[in-house]
Design a binder for this molecule. Sequence first.
Ligand SMILES: [Zn+2]
Length: 66
Amino acid sequence: MPEVHVARIMIMCPERERSVYTGMNFDWDEFDAVPIGEKSVRCPHCGQIHKWGRADAFLEEDGGEG
Ligand SMILES: [Zn+2]
């Protein structure tokens, strides 16, 4: 049974320096292959809308917390 690594796409809030879940999930391999344009997400930490792109994003393994 193949192991699937589903990851949450996260960005860092520039105001609070805390990670923000963008609402998108990819598996680790897919993230490298999928073109990501400019996105935006409402930040739960500071309440602002943060624009983000691939360069801002990082992956966090789903199921974990923190
Ligand atoms: Zn924020």
